[in-house]
Ligand binder design. Structure first.
Ligand code: ZN
Length: 231
């Protein structure tokens, strides 16, 4: 069950189109998986459009910017696929709707389908970790990260921010337990050590804006190389 959602401010900014492309992508992908946030976004979008129409009615002159903005709003990715219990309730057979690792196939939320073609190869890291980089084409370092059962990422903090969406499975980070669909937005104030003890392991999609900073034990020795992680 989804417990972690984008903050209300983030949803508002998503609706008004003021998020960074990376944030917008993550919020949209979460909404694909979360009926609750999908409803919030739909309601807020209607409200926002109505407000803008009122503004337009008040102004005498035609404003091409307004049409442009409306066009942007209506082009916001529309969340169509609702997940329940981590499974798609509507299946789609289009190529590029899933990724594979080790013979397992993971269905992706609709918003991430466009990234399937931009995914690099899986590479194996320490601690039963696999990562596949994704070329976003804008700011942010994106990766699919798979933690096998017992897999872990050394304890670290962030100089910038780290957004994570749980695509499939469960993991814990010493602060919380996360499940399929959960949206996690951390910054430099948080130190955590993600690990997955679930039998199925855990696939997440993550975007960071700075390399990780490892904080404990021998992992600190990794810092000079942290650009190699999740780059
Ligand atoms: Zn949500």
């Amino acid at each position: 069950m989804i417990k972690f959602h984008p903050k209300p401010e983030l949803l508002e900014q998503f609706v008004s189109g003021t998020l960074s492309p990376a944030e917008s992508l993550m919020v949209s992908a979460h909404c694909d998986m979360c009926q609750y946030c999908q409803g919030q976004v739909e309601a807020q979008t209607e409200e926002f459009a109505a407000q803008q129409l009122e503004l337009e009615a008040v102004s005498d002159s035609y404003d091409p910017q307004f049409d442009l903005m409306l066009a942007n709003i209506t082009q916001q990715p529309v969340a169509e696929t609702v997940y329940s219990n981590g499974r798609r309730s509507r299946t789609s057979e289009q190529p590029g709707s899933s990724i594979e690792l080790d013979g397992r196939k993971f269905e992706l939320p609709k918003t991430l389908h466009r990234l399937v073609q931009k995914r690099g190869n899986w590479s194996s890291l320490v601690g039963k970790l696999w990562q596949a980089p994704v070329e976003l084409g804008y700011d942010g370092v994106a990766n699919f990260i798979y933690m096998g059962q017992g897999g872990s990422v050394p304890e670290h903090t962030h100089r910038g921010s780290e957004m994570t969406l749980v695509i499939n499975g469960e993991f814990s980070d010493g602060m919380n337990d996360y499940d399929t669909g959960d949206f996690i937005y951390l910054n430099g104030e948080h130190t955590h050590a993600p690990h997955s003890s679930s039998h199925e392991g855990c696939l997440v999609f993550s975007i960071v804006d700075q390399p990780l900073h490892f904080t404990s034990g021998i992992a600190r020795l990794l810092n000079p190389f942290s650009h190699l992680f999740f780059r």
